[in-house]
Design a protein around this ligand. Sequence first.
Ligand code: BMA
Length: 859
Amino acid sequence: MKKRILFVLLLLTSLTWSCTGPKNNLDFLIESDWQFRKAGDKEWLKATVPGCVHTDLLDNSLIPDPFFQKNELAVKWIENADWEYQTTFTVSDEMAAFENADLQFGGLDTYADVYLNDSLVLEADNMFVAWEVPAKRYLKKGENQLRIYFHSAVNTGMKKLKNVPYLIMAANELAPENERTNVFTRKAPFHYGWDWGPRLVTCGVWKPVRIQGWNNARMNNIYIKPVLINKEVANYKAIVDVVTNSIAKISFDVLVENKIVVSKPAEIFQKGNNQIAIDFKIENPEFWWTNGLGEHKLYNVEVRMNEGKNEIQGLSAKIGVRTLELVRTPDSLGNTFHFRLNGVPVFMKGSNYIPSDIFLTRNTIRNYKRVVSDAVNANMNMLRIWGGAVYESDEFYDLLDENGILAWNDFMFSCNMQPDDSLHLENIRKEAIYNVKRLRNHPSIALWCGNNENLRAWNDWGWKQKVTKEQGDVLWAVYEKIFYKILPDAVQMFHPEISYWPSSPQTENNKGSDPSSGDEHDWRIWFGDVPFSTYSKNVCRFVSEYGLQSFPEMKTIKAFAADSDMAYRSPVMEHRQRSLMPWIADGFNGNEMIMTYIKRYYQVPEKFENFVYVSQLMQAEGVKYAIETHRRNMPHCMGSLYWQINDCWPTMSWSSVDYFGRWKALHYAVKKAFAPVCPVIFREKSNIVVSIANDDLKTKNASLEARLYDFNGKVLWEKKLEIQLEANSSQIYLSVPESELSDKSATPNTVFEAVVKSGDQIIGENLFYFKDFKDLHFDNPNIKKIITKLSDQEYEIQLTAEKLAKNIAFFTDHTEGFFSDNYFDIIPGKIYKIRFKSVIDGFEKELKTITLNEAYSKD
Ligand code: BMA
């Protein structure tokens, strides 16, 4: 058995390989007839590739669903076993005729020994890269055998851990502090448990496997590098990596939208790796803009490689013409922190993203589409691809490109320190280069960020005290090597037009966050148990995380819990709650914190389902307050990304959309708070102030109507103003002394409304209550519903109420879908029309509603 030196695959999966000339290449997937078994077992079982051992065991009905109740514990043994996969495949005469045949793995999770016809051809040790084995000499015509042995990542990590005489810190891994092994392995950290996810340390072939045959020359990578972009012209360099078997005479064409724009005459390429740069331009380019600001025009750029008259390969990428900078200019406080897109400072509205399933091959294109459309529909323009999971696939970034959503891109380091091991650092270097090169043509990439909270953890979580001074120096030196050298070098070398930010959050290198500069994770609210109003104290430049938890809706809870579990303190609910806060009290966890925040603002319903509903209102209200505060503090604050848009299993968490894609009250609230025109109503000193955030890049005439209603819908006070809605800004347009309003009302039961209109059209609206919701008195609202079937699948629900109805929520038992609005308030005298798409007949009968009025009174 002979060991081969192997290299990281540099082919970009996002680049489409095409060829119109005689066949210079052929590739086929090795996707069928896979089998797997636990190492040591005799029997082979049917497997799916790409996939993972947990989903294969599930498919063979050998384990219970780890998402149900506490089954996660029953399947923990899987992480300590080794697993084997095997298949056979046929090499055709045609494939055998190629000069080269490469065995390519899009991704192996993680410690994988690969045997091709009994020769060990690869020892993989990093889940985040693709691997390529020059396999010609191992392959034979006809049947071939491929076998992969996966070593337990936990056991392998444990061996490494035992060789280090001090602790390498890793928060969030669900294991005793001195047994946390994820830092030793380049594998999705969240597989080891996180404070919103299960511990399911899986393994397997998680991306496609293929054989690629090719002849003398192959392009491995193209980089469409912007040189100068303005309204008249966009100048680019197409940088092409070419590998050849022997001396070759090669010419190239560059095509934009299928038309040749440059032909590069033939030149001689030496055997081995070559690189060329071809200048080309796009005249009068149409710019790529983010969601809400314009079109997201993409240009298809193709590089064709020819030998003589024959085209032997084409690689293409979809690019967006845009300029994008992270602007950090000194000012009176510190440094600005904002993104300038095509010359315009743009406020970033968005959320943090995690994979939508812990089993990554179940995180399909359907899930990607769902998350991206959830972001688009909630008026977002940025997602932060958080550093505790995986570098996402090209398909995911394609969707971001197509929908005008920018990506704040973390490298995969989160809440930990890293081992001082040169092989480990070299592994990280390769991983960084691979992923930067893979993703750099996507216009959605806005930033490369070194890590999530590693700096904060080192400075503020008592980690320095866990080791000696000398050990601490070593850990810090490794930090500096990775985040100030290896990663920025990779970005500088391979994606220099995009900024690198070493850690989220930070003010500057080595310095934790503060309001003067940099980004911030504002966890004072939630982990610090302080009121929502704290969001408006010391607002930072860019708030890249903040949030509050809630329970998902009952339909989702019923998918993971039994009837007997339906209490916020039941063993199953306690088990799934991973946000632990022992500093507040022994055993204090997120469920208690949800209750604490509910108590602060709401009356506590006794019925579990009402508690679940109110938990969502509380979450929505807190995050709404945060977003509005960030927006009204523009331009000091130029970004608001709440934690987190999605879930990786059904559970209670900070997400605004649950595992099944059901919008929580929060997502409806986010959609409004991120609306292009958002009036924000707040109390300042003794005034009620209306500020309006306006994303539009043009100033326009508008009107602002402000009203005070009582809960019978009677208008107690009113004001109408003609205003000039200033472009791309947030400004105060109205300030009313509270005394002027309170004079009008005898009870605390009043609500203040601000409506922004362009002509007769409402372009923004909001409500403000003067008291906490627990102190409001609600009557029976007597809601009238008229449901009309508009078309085959679409319904309209028309609503009116006799008394103010707070937070009416719609639920359906069977139909899935989105209401055009949900969890909103009904002011008596107004008519509300809500749309809903349903494919199920009899939707009227299954529609259920609840209001806060009822939740308070029903218990
Ligand atoms: C942030 C994240 C995650 C974590 C979340 C909630 O700090 O970066 O590590 O899951 O908060 O605690």
